[in-house]
Design a protein around this ligand. Structure first.
Ligand code: DX5
Ligand code: ZN
Length: 221
């Protein structure tokens, strides 16, 4: 499965959003990763519904919404989710995972399950038909700039094997958190194919964006 890139918008300062979007469009970036945080499921607040609506009006690149919120099943309608968008929900955040995934599909979007580092794979057992992929958190959710949980990098390979053995080789495997230039080849080797670019790779303030995107692509091809 070809590698895809999803820059994390929370790693882009407001004054660089417009210029970054131009570069993303010129370099055929696949998705824009938007972290939504409610201060309850994770100890941070990030990106609300107005930001998401405004961002949609600024670019044709589809969104990859990462919902780190309690009870997402009650809040999906807030986001005006569009057909073709990726929407990741955490099984740790709802008692109604299947219903939530169904509701995302019902609006033509593509449901994903996001797993915290310690969450076992058996939460996927009865919903594999209802998702288009799995997002493996390689940091504990809530903040950019954290160091990877090394067992979660190994977990990427376990999730890939699990999906393949259960008959879903086409399911995407997104990797999110400290996806650094150093870790990228291993994350790719372990089976990742959608990479959230953040502060430790192309969106590092120390790196030219275009150079960083090109460098990252060579590491995961
Ligand atoms: C963390 C978010 C990540 C984060 C990535 O909770 O889900 O998307 O923004 O940032 P880095 O790459 O710096 O870990
Ligand atoms: Zn994220």
């Amino acid at each position: 499965m070809k590698s895809m890139l999803a820059p994390s918008m929370m790693c882009i300062s407001l004054d660089k959003v417009v210029s970054s979007l131009h570069i993303f469009e010129q370099t055929s970036i696949d998705y824009l990763h938007i972290d939504v945080m409610d201060g309850l499921f994770v100890p941070n607040l990030a990106y609300g519904t107005d930001y998401i609506r405004q961002l949609r009006s600024m670019t044709h690149i589809p969104l990859d919404l990462h919902l780190m919120i309690e009870h997402p099943e009650k809040k999906l309608s807030w986001f005006d989710i569009q057909p073709g968008e990726l929407v990741s929900v955490h099984p740790e955040s709802t008692q109604h995972l299947h219903r939530t995934l169904q509701a995302i599909s019902d609006v033509g979007a593509r449901p994903m399950i996001a797993l915290n580092p310690s969450t076992p794979l058996n939460v996927l057992d009865y919903v594999l038909d209802n998702i288009c992929g799995v997002l493996v958190m390689t940091v504990n959710p809530g903040f950019a700039g954290q160091k990877a949980v090394l067992s979660a990098i190994r977990k990427i390979a376990d999730v890939r094997s699990y999906l393949d053995e259960h008959g879903y080789p086409q399911h995407m495997l997104e990797v999110d958190g400290n996806v650094s230039f150093d870790y990228a080849p291993l994350m790719r080797k372990n089976g990742g194919n959608l990479f959230v670019l953040g502060s430790s790779s192309a969106l590092s303030p120390k790196v030219d964006l275009l150079d960083g995107l090109n460098r990252f692509r060579t590491l995961v091809t």
